[in-house]
Design a binder for this molecule. Sequence first.
Ligand code: NAD
Length: 278
Amino acid sequence: MKAALIGNGIAASLTPVLHEAEGRAHGLAYRYRRFDMAGAPEPAVALQDAVTEAKVAGYVGVNVTYPYKQQIIALLDDLSDGAGDIGSVNTVVFRNGRAVGHNTDYVGFHRAFVAKIGPLQHDTVLLLGAGGAGSAVGLAMLDAGVSCLYVYDRDACVADALRARLVRLRPQAQVLVWSGATLIDGVINATPMGMASHPGQAIDLDDVPHAKWVGDIVYFPHQTPLLHAAAARGLHVMTGGGMAVGQAAAAFELFTGLPADVARMTAHFHTLTQEVPA
Ligand code: NAD
């Protein structure tokens, strides 16, 4: 059984090793490789080539990460309801000659967020980054009880498109584009800022002086500059590790049809990173 991760700058991703170890625990001969597009002269062509190669070689599926979660949709035959709602795909299953897109970021983030941050009916939350992962994270936060969500993206059109999507999907929630100067209780970073390839942080915490908690979905490194800054202020923090394990477990189940042991995968993640994820 073969699967793969397609993305840009994914050499340090733990997804392959998490999948393979879970496969071994189930007695599967399961190989999970990387298609790293870093430096590809024509990323769109490289993406299409990687998908075709995986399909022709009999892969059970591929995971898709930054920056292809929306671009991949044009190459698929169908979408699950969740992926269609979110407008973003991180898992593609090849079956009966068809490529079907799913979104396991939603379930991975939802589980981690509820476990680590908890129910938040009265918090006003700022979501940084309205791309592929940000869409799943935004919807998951509304479903976890956040009733007022501000969205910020350096591309204002992208932020507004996500706002409109979330309002359509969850009309009872208040979703607005952030332009600064609002009383924000909590912040989630869903931009790539903080990865080795994107050093720095998407926000200065001085801009959200009332924030009580900060989460980051970047997980390599798992202690990002944003989380360091938040911890230095004594804020409650959530790393991207819980989401990383949760999305990998759900993708494993879609690829193999077998139940992933989330606790076992979490323990394995811990041995790899020394981090205890949510
Ligand atoms: P993407 O390219 O689809 O979206 C990123 C968005 O962030 C873009 O809209 C971009 O305009 C915006 N952005 C970039 N820099 C910004 C800045 N300084 N300020 C405001 N907005 C900014 O990427 P994606 O697939 O959504 O992934 C984003 C990050 O999330 C990546 O680092 C990825 O590794 C991480 N991720 C983690 C997990 C996990 O399991 N922990 C899962 C998915 C994605």
